[in-house]
Design a protein around this ligand. Structure first.
Ligand code: HEC
Ligand code: HEC
Ligand code: HEC
Ligand code: HEC
Ligand code: HEC
Ligand code: HEC
Length: 413
């Protein structure tokens, strides 16, 4: 039979062991979550990284192309997550069971790797994910900002009001003229004093002015000038398709992809940095994501289904070409985008805000030439220009035009 003393001691040992176990257990469950930073600055940095790099495929709360990132730090430890984000293919190829299963579950879609990210940067994304999980608010529907803001486009209404006003004015004038002529004929049939009759016969204000020869001359001159100017302007725009925005076979939206989901232009227009042509993506590129996303917030399944039809029937999607220079002109994308570092938006406008792409610039020869006259060569870090810069030391900036950018043969075959 144990003494009172030893029972007490056993109890002490038990308490110590129990509390050790408790603290160990809770640490194991929350170790990762508590290692995720929670300060506002890191969360903000993570938010912008997430939106620029991950949002196309991930959401915090729900499955998109990849898994919901909610609580991912409870599923795997941080070093694993860092390694996976930097190079997912490597982790999967290494035979990591969790990664392989995930890859299978997600239809073998390869997540893009982010080898340039540091552990801190990935940690900040997790901080943002954790913040979104803990302070979960009902997500705003992604469509909210897609709806046209009526205040932002008042022009149709303004035009309608102006035209309506003009029509009313013309009708009023006609009615007034009719009243005048009725009154005149009524009065001429009544007995009036000589003085009154003279007064009525006298041409009144408006009609007198209208019969004034000088005024008629001026009006004719002005009208002729306006018509001539309009005709000349119209002749200059023959073949110019500025603003052209054809309806496309699939309601593909740059605003959704390049705007909301920040997918890089280069992801789809694969040739733009290395060749003459930018390339329009094949349905296979769409399928990288749409094998998993079969529904859009605005168009439901209808438009995305057309991608599946194209892939199944092996038929190309017949996109309507928007920009088209005549054959006599030569334009090269890589020359401008890669060498000249000209942003797409300079020539194509804010494509990431367009539901339907439209031709933003007029693409005339004058447009090319003017930019070549105004734009300095981008010689920094370009070995090709080192010699040139050396020779012209101290002459200030060197425009494209001065480098031969106005030679007919550069743009014409
Ligand atoms: C092109 C789409 C795509 C992009 C972009 C993308 N991911 Fe993924 N991600 C996936 C897919 C798909 C999976 C599922 C695993 C697989 O199929 O390889 C995944 C899995 C993950 C996992 C593991 C999730 C889990 O439940 O264990 C993490 C963590 C992750 N991604 C983080 C990121 C982060 C952070 C970014 C941005 C820096 C990012 N991903 C960008 C598609 C993407
Ligand atoms: C997810 C794929 C994808 C991304 C990302 C993308 N585009 Fe496109 N782009 C397309 C498709 C498909 C078309 C053809 C259909 C159309 O004209 O809307 C197109 C057409 C265009 C056209 C008109 C081509 C013509 O016919 O003359 C321009 C210009 C363009 N994209 C510029 C951009 C720019 C700039 C970006 C980045 C801000 C971008 N695109 C990002 C898929 C993409
Ligand atoms: C990198 C991933 C990615 C690629 C590549 C991609 N999409 Fe998408 N697409 C998305 C995402 C994300 C959505 C938004 C889904 C939603 O509304 O929830 C989307 C939505 C859509 C929608 C529905 C839009 C709406 O709001 O209803 C259409 C149509 C569509 N994409 C067509 C295309 C076509 C055509 C291509 C190929 C030229 C393409 N996508 C390539 C990610 C992609
Ligand atoms: C210096 C002006 C300029 C810049 C910068 C520019 N483009 Fe273009 N882009 C054009 C012209 C001009 C055409 C018409 C080319 C033709 O018809 O031969 C065009 C055509 C296109 C087309 C239609 C397909 C093709 O290859 O002809 C796409 C897509 C496109 N551009 C995407 C882009 C993207 C994406 C960027 C940025 C990475 C970009 N462009 C930068 C002027 C520009
Ligand atoms: C937004 C400004 C801009 C517009 C618009 C533009 N270019 Fe250029 N272009 C440049 C720049 C910058 C360079 C210089 C690239 C470099 O550093 O070599 C260049 C270079 C060139 C060159 C090579 C010149 C040489 O000396 O080797 C050709 C050819 C050319 N552009 C053709 C065109 C054509 C054709 C158009 C109209 C369809 C056009 N560009 C419109 C900015 C522009
Ligand atoms: C920077 C590029 C560039 C240079 C330099 C250039 N052109 Fe052009 N030119 C174009 C483009 C682009 C077009 C097509 C524009 C259009 O269809 O409106 C064009 C069109 C023309 C046309 C046809 C006009 C028509 O209506 O069909 C002629 C002729 C022409 N250029 C002559 C010249 C001559 C001569 C020179 C040298 C003094 C020259 N170009 C230099 C870009 C250039």
């Amino acid at each position: 039979m144990a003494s009172k003393h030893s029972i007490k001691r056993n109890f002490k040992v038990f308490v110590v062991l129990f509390s050790l176990w408790l603290s160990y257990g809770s640490q194991a469950a929350f170790a990762q979550a508590s290692a995720v930073p929670t300060d506002a600055e890191t969360i903000k940095a993570g938010e912008s990284l997430f939106k620029q790099n991950c949002k196309a495929c991930h959401s915090v709360q729900s499955r998109v192309v990849g898994p919901a990132l909610k609580n991912v730090y409870d599923r795997k430890d941080l070093p694993w997550i860092y390694a996976f984000v930097k190079n997912p293919v490597k982790v999967i190829k290494s035979g990591d069971e969790y990664a392989v299963n995930l890859f299978e579950e997600y239809n073998q879609i390869e997540m893009t790797g982010f080898p340039s990210f540091t552990d801190e940067e990935i940690g900040s994304i997790l901080a943002y994910v954790k913040d979104q999980t803990d302070n979960a608010v009902v997500a705003e529907p992604a469509t909210a900002d897609l709806k046209a803001d009526p205040a932002a486009s008042p022009s149709p209404y303004v035009n309608a009001i102006i035209i309506g006003g003009l029509v009313v004015l013309v009708i009023l004038l006609i009615v007034l003229a009719m009243i005048i002529s009725k009154l005149r004929s009524y009065l001429s049939n009544t007995e009036l004093s000589e003085e009154d009759q003279e007064y009525i016969a006298k041409p009144d204000g408006i009609f007198a002015t209208l019969r004034n020869k000088a005024l008629i001359g001026i009006v004719i001159a002005v009208v002729t000038a306006v018509v001539t100017k309009a005709t000349i302007d119209a002749l200059f725009t023959i073949g110019v398709q500025q603003g052209y925005a054809p309806t496309q076979p699939i309601k593909y939206s740059h605003k959704v992809h390049a705007g909301d989901y920040k997918i890089d232009c280069n992801y789809c227009h694969t040739g733009v940095r290395k060749s003459k042509n930018a390339n329009i993506p094949s349905p296979n590129i769409c399928m990288n994501c749409h094998s998993a996303i079969d529904k859009g917030a605005n168009t439901g399944t209808e438009e995305i289904q057309k991608i599946y039809d194209a892939v199944e029937n092996n038929t190309p999607i017949e996109w309507v070409r928007v920009h088209n220079l005549p054959d006599l002109a030569y334009f090269n994308h890589s020359q401008h985008v890669e060498v000249g570092k000209v942003a797409c938006q300079t020539c194509h406008g804010p494509v990431e805000e367009m539901e339907v792409v439209k031709q933003y610039a007029n693409l005339t020869m004058g447009w090319c030439i003017n930019c070549h006259r105004d734009t300095p060569l981008n010689t920094k870090g370009n070995g090709y220009y080192d010699k040139l810069v050396e020779i012209h030391e101290g002459k200030g900036e060197f425009t494209v035009a001065e480098n031969g950018g106005l030679d007919c043969a550069k743009c014409h075959y």
